[in-house]
Design a protein. Sequence first.
Length: 203
Amino acid sequence: MFTGLVEALALVAEVESRPPGRLLKLRVGDVADQVLLGDSIAINGCCLTCVAVADGQLSFEAGPETLSRTTLGQLTAGSKVNIERSLSVGDRLGGHFVSGHVDDVGRLARRQDERDWSTFWFHFPARLRRQMAAKGSIAVDGVSLTLVDVLPEEFSVALIPHTLAQTTLGALAVGDRVNLETDLLAKYVEQQVAPQSGAAPLA
């Protein structure tokens, strides 16, 4: 379980083919000193298991399901990613509950920049709409954000200068793809009300 509060930006040092998956090697600096073999780490919002720790570098194995259903399949050496270690019991929860299980991939439809602040509009698969509500929470590439407006296939978020500077979101260009995870509580609510409303619950 995570909070959606990014701890650091990591650099992809190498992507090694390990059919049918890939080995991702990330340079994370001092964060590596706080990671143990087998720890769960959110990489752009996708929970992966650390399989090696050495000299400020962490390694992760990503299988075909992860590579095809998230943006991790498009990572190359030199890419930057958001990373967050999993919660410990008793930790303060500053964002919202994020499972690290990506629901789908969206893309940046447009961005409105005003000095150091920005409003981003993301296009998303319509099937996720029932799990979104204005003022609710969503994780975009692992970053906990508050939904501003929610349309049938687009939503907006307001980004403060700190978020733009300290995560990968500030460098996004129109058309870029992002990992989306809707609010965990909204999923349970949707599962409960779907049978009564006649709507098919989301997989």
